[in-house]
Design a protein around this ligand. Structure first.
Ligand code: TYM
Length: 332
């Protein structure tokens, strides 16, 4: 079986972007691959969470992984910081990661633009930590959304560089994966860009949102005053509503509103109502499981502990060989 790794930062609750970009693939892949799914708490330190918030969010992502259907018997679910071998590999990879390539990373550029007062070394070396996450299990497939594609390219560069440097065919190449033909980018509700926690709660539909909240958020989604000619191309905000609808509604529903748009008969209010109801149908069972699982401290602790043991076993195997290749020999 091929090995699969992916993770999500515990910076908030999971939204539809996380689900359709990543988690839905985790759930499907778990029976066909040797899977490691983790909670990227080390990565989230770049934004300096308080200790209380950090633990709460880690717990929340764990609950949501389980609520979405990731089975801890089939896969390894773990918290990144429970596997210190990841940090060790990160250190080694940083020795051969160059300032120029790290500065060229699109996500780094975006983060310094968004937050120029907090340009820390952790942000700069975010891609090497991510490479360490993947290479520590020598994975080949990484289910992620479109926004992570460049990080996968950097991971391949770091792995290949290590192989060349130590003249070993050790790390395999890994590629972003989605069952659909293309990687997914779920749009937000604010008319432009992807669904993202950093753009505020109004831009996101969370898996844990109640029906009332979903109706309210979708009703406020950005639209426009309607098409001005038949069959006209859709502006971004409208295309985004249709793209969201394609995710949660049936093809017939999408075709219905598409037809109305092309005939200039669309009423966005009706479309939004339908979109909200279809989102509610999708998320209700997950929301209910989230509520159930959040109460079960004992089970969560068991899952995290069991996952950490399994993940460390795999990580220790890799680190032992890496140390050997680098030339750290045990004295005897
Ligand atoms: P993060 O925490 O930002 O997002 C988690 C996953 O959700 C996907 N995603 C989306 N997909 C489609 N449309 C959207 N609007 C959308 N928003 C988020 C992301 O692509 C991602 O798959 N660097 C990673 C976490 C990470 C990781 C790793 C992933 C750390 N180490 C190793 C894979 C392998 C991140 O920040 O994802």
């Amino acid at each position: 079986k091929e090995t699969v790794v992916s993770g999500i930062r515990p910076t908030g609750k999971l939204h539809l972007g996380n689900y359709f970009g990543a988690v839905t693939n985790f759930v499907k892949m778990q029976y066909d691959y040797n899977c490691y799914f983790f909670i990227a708490d080390l990565h989230s330190l770049t934004t300096h969470p308080t200790p209380g918030d950090l633990h709460g969010y880690v717990r929340h992502v764990l609950v949501e992984y389980l609520a979405c259907g990731i089975n801890p018997e089939e896969t390894t679910i773990y918290v990144q910081s429970d596997v210190p071998e990841v940090s060790e590999l990160y250190l080694y990879l940083n020795m051969n990661a160059y300032l120029g390539e790290l500065e060229r990373s699109a996500s780094f550029k975006e983060k310094i633009r968004a937050n120029p007062d907090n340009v820390n070394a952790g942000l700069l070396t975010y891609p090497t930590l991510m490479a360490a996450d993947i290479l520590i299990h020598r994975a080949t497939k990484v289910p992620v959304g479109k926004d992570q594609e460049q990080h996968l390219e950097m991971t391949r560069n770091f792995g290949n560089r290590f192989n060349r440097m130590y003249n070993a065919d050790f790390f395999p190449e890994s590629f972003a994966f989605n069952y659909a033909e293309n990687l997914v980018k779920v749009p937000g509700l604010e008319g432009k860009g992807k669904m993202s926690k950093s753009d505020g709660d109004g831009n996101c539909i969370y898996l844990s949102d109640s029906p009332e909240i979903i109706r309210k958020k979708v009703a406020r989604a950005v639209s426009d005053s309607g098409p001005t000619e038949e069959n006209q191309e859709k502006p971004e905000a409208i295309q985004n509503l249709f793209d969201l609808m394609k995710i949660v509604s049936t093809p017939d529903t999408v075709a219905h509103f598409d037809g109305l748009y092309n005939k200039m008969q669309i009423r966005y209010g009706d479309m939004k109502k339908q979109l909200a109801e279809d989102m509610i149908i999708f998320n209700s069972p997950i929301r209910e499981r989230i509520e159930e699982l959040s109460k079960d401290d004992l089970y969560l602790r068991q899952v995290a502990k069991h996952g950490a043991l399994k993940a460390r076993e795999s990580a220790q195997k890799t680190i032992k060989e890496v140390r050997n290749l680098i030339g750290f020999k045990v004295f005897n």
